[in-house]
Design a protein around this ligand. Structure first.
Ligand SMILES: Nc1ncnc2c1ncn2[C@@H]1O[C@H](COP(=O)(O)OP(=O)(O)OP(=O)(O)O)[C@@H](O)[C@H]1O
Ligand SMILES: [Mg+2]
Length: 442
């Protein structure tokens, strides 16, 4: 058998066929390779997210306040996502679109940017032209390639950045949304968890403090109540015992009973006042009063105490036409509590100075300044809280710790503010500020 010679045309057809086959195989191979690298990328991204979640919860378990949490988390994000900038941003309250950097790696904390509109997801590459929001974000962290995710409910955002595309294993791309959304969600979740823990801890401490303060108050109160009651009972028994006491002794016993009764009455009135003010704003009977009349009356009312301790009380000269719009009785109570404290916490030979002036827009500032024992700086914020008495053995446990809280409540009912300033060992200055329009010249 002789084989037919293959014609040139046939050879060319076969060649064309194999060429097409070859190209198709090549294209299929390329598709397979692409598929493989996409799967590898997806696997890597899933591993990154998994590692992020693991690291984030490990960090969250550490005894670390919520504010310090961001940076180690960013370090993990920057490391796993191979980028050289990573920042968490917070949208400012009441200023939609204004973001401030709260935590940062490779950028400045506190830097701000304004976005309008705010994209939920955004990234830049060298082949696509950047939107204005992307340019603003790139300028914020000083690199051209960025990846951004925003979570509108918690108003927080994550921004990653790179200075070049080639220094990373690949450019940012659309499928990175899963990564940045995931990282941001983990951060917010951990932040909320930390915040909830902190709030719980704070509530527990506050409850413990309140219960300590209540226990201390009850102990102080029972002491304060039993001391004058014992005096009343003891002196009354002495008077009734039938023993002959001279007239002078009898008068002395009666005076002691009267003093103890008055002290008790004042304390019970304070406690009742405080609890009634705590429940509702006290009703004020406002009228114009010359401030000089008010201050002189207040000084007169506590002159027994200041004389007994040899304390000088000065009232700085006040123009008689300087009038203040206030509730006279309630203000007498404020002044009596402040002057009472100044006398109680100032040693003999000390000085107390009362002054008042009209401030801008006809407000009033009224100052009670003493040269007494003073209050330690860390205790100052606490002294206007009910039942708080400070100063250790230097202080006085006389009273219930309600004078300042009552003065504060009454001042605030007038729309004012009560400010305490003090230098420990040198003296205390309490200022009552009344709002504009509270003063006039008659
Ligand atoms: N002028 C002052 N100088 C030094 N410490 C003061 C002065 N005023 C108040 N304090 C401190 O603040 C605490 C609270 O004052 P506050 O007037 O509320 O209570 P109190 O004087 O102890 O008792 P109360 O006023 O109920 O009789 C005082 O116990 C004292 O430790
Ligand atoms: Mg007091």
């Amino acid at each position: 058998m002789t084989s037919e010679p293959i014609s040139r045309e046939q050879l060319e057809r076969e060649l064309a066929f194999y060429r097409t086959e070859y190209n198709e195989v090549g294209a299929r191979l390329l598709r397979l390779q692409e598929e493989q690298s996409r799967t590898a990328r997806e696997a890597r991204r899933s591993r990154t997210v998994a590692r992020l979640i693991r690291e984030a919860y490990r960090i969250a378990d550490q005894q670390m306040p919520a504010e310090l949490l961001g940076e180690p988390l960013l370090a993990v994000i920057a490391d796993t996502s191979v980028c050289d900038r990573a920042v968490f941003l917070r949208e400012e309250i009441g200023r939609p679109g204004n973001f401030i950097i709260e935590q940062a790696i490779g950028a400045s904390v506190g830097a701000t940017v304004c976005l309008n509109p705010v994209p939920a997801f955004l990234y830049t590459t060298s082949v696509q032209s950047a939107r204005p929001e992307a340019s603003a974000l790139a300028a914020l962290i000083g690199v051209p390639f960025i990846l951004w995710a925003y979570e509108p409910i918690s108003q927080r955002a994550l921004l990653l950045g790179n200075s070049t595309e080639s220094n990373i294993h690949r450019p940012f791309e659309a499928s990175d949304q899963e990564l940045v959304d995931g990282a941001l969600a983990v951060y917010i979740d951990v932040l909320l968890k930390k915040r909830a823990e902190a709030a719980l801890h704070q509530a527990k401490t506050a409850a413990e403090e309140a219960s300590d303060a209540r226990a201390a108050f009850l102990a102080a109160l029972s002491h304060e109540l039993t001391t004058p009651l014992n005096a009343i009972i003891g002196f009354s028994e002495l008077l009734l015992s039938g023993n002959e006491h001279g007239e002078a002794k009898r008068v002395d016993f009666l005076r002691q009973i009267l003093d103890a009764g008055r002290g008790l009455h004042a304390m019970i009135k304070d406690i009742l006042d405080f609890s009634s003010f705590s429940n509702k704003v006290p009703l004020l009977r406002l009228d114009w009063t010359p401030i000089s009349t008010l201050l002189r009356a207040a000084v007169r009312a506590c002159s027994t105490g200041s004389h007994a301790k040899g304390i000088t009380v000065d009232v700085l000269p006040l123009s008689p036409d300087f009038q203040v719009y206030l509730d006279y009785d309630k203000f007498r109570q404020i002044m009596s509590n402040l002057l009472g404290n100044a006398i109680k916490f100032t040693g003999s030979g000390g000085r107390i100075c009362l002054s008042s002036e009209m401030t801008a827009e006809c407000g009033v500032s009224l100052v009670v300044k003493d040269t007494g024992i003073g209050i330690e700086t860390q205790d100052i914020p606490r002294v206007t809280e009910p039942f708080v008495q400070v100063g250790g053995q230097h202080g006085s446990k006389l009273g219930a710790g309600l004078g300042l809280p009552i003065a504060k409540q009454l001042t605030e009912a007038h729309g004012g503010q009560l400010l305490v300033a003090s230098v420990f060992g040198e003296g205390t200055t309490v200022t009552v500020l009344l709002p504009r329009g509270s003063a006039r010249r008659s």
